[in-house]
Design a protein around this ligand. Sequence first.
Ligand SMILES: [Zn+2]
Length: 85
Amino acid sequence: MMFENEIEKEKRKLFENGTTKSALDIVLDKLSKDLFGRSRTGSLEKQICVICGGNAKKFRDKKSEKEYLESAMCQQCQNNAFRVK
Ligand SMILES: [Zn+2]
């Protein structure tokens, strides 16, 4: 919860202009759509997890929060992916 403002700020940066998707964003969106059925930026916009589709609003620390902005993975999926406890 304490990280929500930061995420909101990043989201605004990503979406305020509407058409600010980089080529990388577009590639990652396509990849995640193929893999998980939803786009990365779409998940960021709704603040859900690109993998499990669950809420992605609470993160353990700054690092996890930053990771979400990169990968759009919720804390739990990050834990699974990186095998942290
Ligand atoms: Zn998840």
